[in-house]
Design a protein around this ligand. Structure first.
Ligand SMILES: [Zn+2]
Length: 253
């Protein structure tokens, strides 16, 4: 190893060590929500082909996809995003990641953001599935368990980013999961209604009609929704309107 390279590496290691110690919560402090320690991220030799934000003259929007059922159109969706060179955000359950590890790896290596959609998609409050809701410990377990499956596939933790099943939440949910470090709840501003069986044409016209700067779309990868087949036209339409694309992490930048 050349000495200049060695010094650069040592400087980075020192910097990382300094950062880590600066974030340590002093004894006696009220427990601040922090994400769990994870293995150092696997740093790829080449950056992902898709940047996390692509600017547009009208601003940016975020496309988010839920993956909790079948693999559906996931592959087509990734191909569409690759062809367009734009980033998206995928929220998946631990079960889905277990069933489709190669798709999860591709999402990360293409440059997309992956967020935690719990282990098996139970309603945290019981509102939507009428199963009575989950205890505080169980709520945290749902996220921690999903992350244990997803993190090794993407090279880093999903924490602090999560999306609730059915978006069933309240203040107690927010507090419970914050104790495990999950402080960034991802919602949406535009629902394509693909999950409800809308046609490709209706999904497209609704998506373009409601478009606005910093909009967050929710789409689904599952085969029961036509969001996947509608995506190429949605992307083309939004680009024609001057929109760029961002992950939810880079939306506010
Ligand atoms: Zn879901």
């Amino acid at each position: 190893m050349h000495w200049r390279v060695l010094i650069a590496v040592l400087a980075l290691v020192t910097l990382a060590a300094g950062k880590a110690s600066a974030q340590t919560v002093p004894d006696g402090d009220p427990a601040l929500p922090t994400c769990p320690e994870s293995e150092p991220a696997v740093v790829s030799a080449t950056p992902p082909p898709i940047p996390s934000r692509v600017e547009g003259p009208s601003g940016v929007v975020a496309l988010t996809f839920d993956a909790g059922a079948d693999r559906g159109y996931a592959q087509d969706i990734l191909d569409t995003l690759s062809d367009a060179g734009i980033p998206a955000t995928f929220g998946m359950t631990g079960r889905w990641a277990m069933a489709n590890p190669e798709l999860v790896q591709r999402m990360a290596s293409d440059g997309h953001m992956v967020i935690n959609h719990t282990f098996d998609h139970q309603s945290f409050t019981g509102l939507s599935d009428r199963l009575g809701g989950l205890s505080a410990d169980w709520r945290r377990y749902e996220l921690v368990q999903a992350d244990a499956i997803i993190a090794p596939l993407i090279g880093h933790t999903t924490c602090p980013w999560y999306r609730l099943p059915y978006f069933d939440g309240d203040r107690s949910v927010v507090g419970d999961v914050a104790e495990a470090g999950y402080t960034q709840q991802v919602g949406w501003t535009i629902d394509t209604l693909g999950w409800r069986g809308s046609s490709v044409q209706n999904i497209l016209s609704r998506s373009l009609r409601l478009a606005a700067p910093n909009a967050v779309y929710v789409l689904h990868v599952g085969v029961q929704s036509h969001d996947g087949p509608a995506l190429p036209s949605i992307v083309e339409g939004l680009k024609d309107m001057g929109y760029g694309f961002a992950t939810v992490a880079t939306l506010g930048e």
